[in-house]
Design a protein around this ligand. Structure first.
Ligand SMILES: [Zn+2]
Length: 71
């Protein structure tokens, strides 16, 4: 089990267990919240917590449609 540990003050500390449904990132396209499955992200062996950007389903679909329109 993995968890995030963050000290809030001298007397309080927050501990949050990581599950496949409570890890999120911001979509670089529209800024919306995207749920991330860390196991899936790292399954290809070169997952990068800092360099990886995940687009939301709606944004990648919109980009796909724009791409098709330009061809
Ligand atoms: Zn988005």
């Amino acid at each position: 089990m993995f968890y995030v540990k963050e000290r809030i003050s001298d007397t309080a500390q927050l501990t949050v267990e990581l599950h496949d449904d409570n890890v999120f990132c911001r979509c670089p396209g529209c800024g919306c919240e995207v749920c991330i499955d860390l196991a899936e992200l790292f399954s290809d062996g070169d997952g990068d917590l800092y360099g990886t950007a995940i687009y939301c389903a709606g944004y990648s679909k919109a980009r796909l449609e724009v791409g098709h329109g330009q061809v």
